[in-house]
Design a protein around this ligand. Structure first.
Ligand code: 6PG
Length: 245
């Protein structure tokens, strides 16, 4: 990767990481709207994916954002019915997404088995929606990282990683439950201005170090395979940063 910035910011606690990411998110959305009218963001599940919404609700600058001009996507979704408490979007909603003042028409959710015949059909439909409504690049993609180095629902040594030239892919036999998921592909995730990894906890320290190591291979450490065209930001707490060389 040339020309793009890669930064690592270490925060003293998960709470300060979440608060700082929320403040940074508000600033980035404002910048994107000033430059391009609509801000396009992709969200993540997991604990950090939800923590940022609790922080956002406390971030004073959020009132400056025109939330009706924010397009919301997800990097991945668990293939479960709408409203299922295990879905990433449901968890984001419950954490505060629904209280930000978004326009429901610009929140683009992945179809579950209640609204699609299969994860493959859901992935195809999501890809079509992104091509139809998206600008062709995200402004900000938020990503958690699993202890195994997975990102979105792209897992180490999983064949779904290999899907190229598609926007989204069906994932089966996920090592993290539930087994069926829909994920954006590397190709799609990499069409992003700023990629932010939000990672907290000692159980992530090895995965973070492996992803940041020179020559890291995304087949082994998927998190090493997503980068922003403008910046890639690793936003960590001290525990997650403990093993960086
Ligand atoms: C999922 C999530 C997943 C998550 C990471 C990190 O669907 O399971 O999208 O990719 O982001 O596992 O999760 P934590 O932040 O909870 O550690």
């Amino acid at each position: 990767m040339t020309g793009a910035e890669r930064t690592v910011v270490v925060h003293p606690s998960k709470q300060s990481l979440s608060d700082a990411a929320a403040a940074r998110f508000v600033a980035s959305v404002l910048d994107a709207q000033a430059a391009r009218g609509v801000a396009e963001v992709a969200l993540t599940g997991g604990s950090m994916g939800s923590a940022i919404f609790a922080s956002l609700l406390q971030t004073p600058g959020r009132s400056a954002v025109d939330w009706s001009q924010v397009y919301v996507w997800w990097g991945d979704e668990r293939y479960l019915p709408a409203g299922d408490p295990e879905r990433n979007d449901t968890q984001n909603d419950d954490a505060g997404l629904t209280r930000l003042g978004l326009d429901g028409g610009t929140v683009f959710r992945v179809r579950g088995p209640d609204a699609s015949e299969s994860a493959e059909a859901s992935a195809a439909a999501y890809g079509t929606t992104i091509r139809e409504f998206g600008r062709g690049e995200f402004d900000v993609v938020l990503l958690g990282v699993g202890p195994d180095g997975h990102v979105a629902s792209l897992f180490p040594h999983h064949p779904a990683q290999r899907i190229a030239d598609e926007v989204a892919v069906a994932v089966h036999d996920s090592p993290k439950p539930p087994p069926d998921r829909v994920s954006l592909t590397f190709d799609c995730l990499n069409r992003t201005r700023e990629v932010w990894f939000l990672v907290a906890g000692a159980d992530k320290a090895d995965a973070v170090a492996a992803a940041l190591a020179p020559g890291a291979d995304r087949w082994d450490v998927p998190a090493s395979g997503v980068r922003g065209s403008v910046a890639t930001r690793w936003l960590l707490d001290q525990d997650a940063a403990a093993n960086i060389g």
